[in-house]
Design a protein around this ligand. Structure first.
Ligand code: ADP
Ligand code: F6P
Length: 319
């Protein structure tokens, strides 16, 4: 294999650029060429390729977003789109592809692999909802961004003795919410992995109120309901008046933390080296600090479990 390509796909996440850089520099170190595909699978179908030399990835290691841009590509879900992409890759003499993205992107990668094109996936999403790796690139930065905001919200919540609901991202998973809740010392966390009883939550709020808790923070995962919906449920059930903050896309931006930068660098290097030795149809992961490979399908056939220990901690430590 002399020439490979790299693309970013799905929602952007801090650390994508560090991963691109690591793929490119590992190619150069091994005497290989690397191309970047612009706009994810959309660019792949259109053959939107750019050569990436060492200078092209200089100064990007700490930049948020993705220099290659990203896209959601409905066309790539059709076999015709995948075939067109393979034709473009063959025409450009590209022999392998690194896909940086989430589980949706892996499904597309699996289609390439099934049609005989070598591909390796790098798990990159703020949601951390991919089995086969302890953490995905972008997760650590997102929780730190959210934490910074929640620390500020606590000041105003405390000054006014108020109840705050902070809605965080995570799609259908509660990984972001749970880490933010523990790290911020929030009183409650509401995540899709745990059954929610608004009645029980109101009882707990009453108890806290009687025990002179001056303010309360609830960290709510977007996958359960919106902050606004939760606000009106608390109001209707027990007359609680809550303020709502939706952190939204701010969680996807910014410079990656050192943890995400190191993870992205390790994943990028390992992905390129795996392709060089003929591995395909696999995703990179980091389990107990060791680089591992798993079948791409693991991302959508296996459910990543949330830590019961962390769930217990939120309750114990906010007593
Ligand atoms: P993420 O990779 O972050 O989960 P998406 O779910 O939006 O993001 O997926 C990114 C892209 O991957 C989609 O726009 C589409 O091109 C491709 N993709 C998603 N699901 C499939 C699928 N079932 N089959 C083929 N390609 C898919
Ligand atoms: O997957 C990352 C993520 O930011 C989720 O947390 C969120 O639900 C979703 O993407 C938002 O997607 P979009 O960029 O399409 O609005």
């Amino acid at each position: 294999m002399k020439r490979i390509a790299v693309l970013t796909s799905g929602g952007d996440a801090p650390g994508m650029n560090a991963a691109i850089r690591a793929v490119v520099r590992t190619c150069l170190y091994n005497g290989k060429e690397c191309y970047g595909v612009r706009r994810g699978y959309e660019g792949l179908i259109e053959g939107d390729f750019i050569p990436l030399d060492r200078a092209a990835v200089g100064g990007i290691i700490h930049r948020g977003g993705t220099i290659l841009k990203t896209a959601r590509s409905p066309r790539f879900k059709e076999q015709e789109g995948v075939q067109q992409a393979i034709n473009k890759l063959n025409e450009a003499g590209i022999e392998g592809l690194v896909v940086i993205g989430g589980d949706g992107s892996y499904r597309g990668a699996k289609d390439l692999d099934s049609m005989g094109f070598p591909v390796i996936g790098i798990p990159c999403t703020i949601d951390n909802d991919i089995a086969g790796t302890d953490e995905t690139i972008g997760f650590d930065t997102a929780i730190n961004t959210a934490l910074e905001a929640v620390i500020k919200l606590r000041d105003t919540a405390s000054s006014h003795d108020r109840l705050f609901i902070v809605e965080v991202m995570g799609r259908n998973a509660g990984f972001v919410a749970l880490e933010v809740a523990v790290a911020s010392g929030a009183e409650y966390v509401v995540i899709p992995e745990l059954p929610l009883s608004i009645g029980r939550l109101c009882d707990q709020l009453n108890y806290s109120h009687k025990n002179n808790k001056s303010h309360t923070l609830i960290i709510l995962a977007e996958g359960v309901m919106s902050g606004e919906q939760m606000r009106s449920k608390l109001q209707d059930t027990a007359g609680y008046e809550a303020r709502v903050t939706v952190l939204g896309y701010i969680q996807r931006g910014g410079a990656p933390t050192s943890k995400d930068t190191v993870l992205a660098s390790r994943f990028g290097a390992y992905a390129a080296e795996s392709l060089f030795v003929g591995k395909t149809g696999l995703m990179i992961g980091c389990i107990s600090n060791r680089m591992v490979l798993s079948p791409l399908e693991r991302a959508w056939t296996e459910h990543k479990t949330i830590s019961p220990e962390l769930i217990g901690l939120v309750e114990k430590l906010s007593v």
